[in-house]
Design a protein around this ligand. Structure first.
Ligand code: P1T
Length: 379
């Protein structure tokens, strides 16, 4: 079955009682039992909910995993996955991740006895050099937020398998339409479903998709034990989103390529970070791993004043955190999404005060280009 067909049908059987084509929102906290110990597979809605289950089946199919578990946010999904570990365990992490991921690892989980090393995951050798006897997980974000570095997923996948270490990939930026990390050796894929999977900037959610049955069981246990579940209404909205994932991603990619090429030529822009550009350092790898480049672009304006001028002068592009919605969003990583990353580390990674990030939406691309051009002219 092709990807678009799966996106529309996987986990979406018509409702058994009414035949409703759209999976209903089962807004209930509990389920009546026929007799003591006799129920229909649903006991309490933290543990199981039919709407959430339908979305989980859908996302497991799209990523090619065994199972999926949905959470109240991307951060809740990542936090729950890290709970597979124990105090004393070591994790190797992409040096450039979403600022909230870095904050969770450094300011919360370190306090529970986990240790983290941050390395440039565009080279598997850097990961190999960081391995310790107690390394139990490798956590990759690819392409990275916001610098768009593409990890050596194939090399790191092999390394993880050879050393029996869990490989976790945050696939938020590509979505399973363009990249399926399990095919390259990942054990667990996480997403902020808030972004492309939902696609309409109207829910917060997260998912962990597991390739192995043991991990699926353990994450299911943790989802119920910890309790950061996705609500039935949000499950319904994300499911509505995934049905159009293919057509939306194709348009994000088409518009993304046009906007990246435009920025690359623009005299007010010093540098563009987009894996679809031939000069991107991992362009060839991106072509091998991914079937498209998506709609996420970062560009360097040269100074805080220039970045501010662009951000203050756009009209169509919305100045806002988040990404992956149908509407174009524009943001300033240094003071917004990556403010919790220490300044010297930000600068080393290229997250300067002049860096602007754009999540290219699926409006008519000429309108996006005209808006950016007008704002850049004033910078
Ligand atoms: O916001 P939440 O649904 O909790 O997801 C966190 C998260 C995890 N992983 C990646 C790659 C992300 O980009 C995010 C959230 N990012 C933003 C809000 C942002 O504007 O970059």
């Amino acid at each position: 079955m092709g990807f678009a067909t799966k996106a529309i049908h996987a986990g979406q059987e018509p409702d058994p009682t009414t035949g409703a084509v759209a999976v209903p929102i089962y807004q209930t906290s509990t389920y009546v039992q026929d007799a003591l110990g006799q129920h229909k597979g649903f006991e309490y809605a933290r543990t199981q909910n039919p709407t959430r289950l339908a979305l989980e089946k859908n996302l497991a199919a799209l990523e090619g995993g065994q199972a999926a578990h949905c959470f109240a946010s991307g951060m809740a999904a990542i936090d729950t996955v890290l709970k597979l570990l124990k105090a004393g365990d070591h994790v190797i992490v992409s040096e450039n991740t979403y600022g909230g991921t870095y904050r969770l690892f450094e300011r919360v989980l370190r306090g529970f006895g986990l240790d983290f090393s941050y390395v440039d995951t565009t080279e598997s050798l850097n990961v190999e050099s960081a391995l310790r006897d107690n390394t139990r997980m490798i956590f990759l974000e690819t392409p990275t937020n916001p610098i768009m570095a593409v990890a050596d997923l194939e090399g790191i996948g092999k390394l993880a398998r050879a050393n029996d270490i869990r490989l976790v990939v945050d696939n938020t930026f590509m979505s399973p339409y363009f990249l399926r990390p399990i095919e390259w050796g990942a054990d667990i894929v996480v997403h902020s479903t808030t972004k492309y999977l939902n696609g309409h900037s109207d829910t917060i959610g997260g998912v962990a998709v597991t390739a192995r049955k043991e991990d699926a069981e353990q994450i299911g246990f943790l989802q119920n034990a910890v309790g950061a579940i996705l609500s039935p209404f949000d499950s319904f909205l994300i499911m509505r989103g995934t049905k159009t994932l293919s057509v939306r991603m194709r348009q994000h990619d088409e518009n993304g390529r046009r906007v990246a090429a435009f920025l690359d030529e623009h005299p007010k822009v010093q540098k563009v970070y987009y894996p679809g550009l031939a000069q991107h350092p991992q362009h060839e790898r991106a072509k091998q791993l991914m079937t498209g480049f998506g709609g996420m672009i970062a560009f360097e304006t040269g100074s805080l004043a220039a970045a501010r001028s662009v951000l203050d002068n756009v009209r169509l592009c919305a100045l806002a955190e988040s990404l992956g919605g149908v509407e174009t969003l524009i943001s300033h990583p240094a003071t917004m999404t990556h403010a919790s990353v220490p300044a010297e580390q930000r600068l080393r990674l290229g997250i300067s005060d002049g860096l602007v990030r754009i999540s290219v939406g699926i409006e008519d691309v000429e309108d996006i280009l005209a808006d950016l051009d007008a704002a850049l002219q004033r910078a």
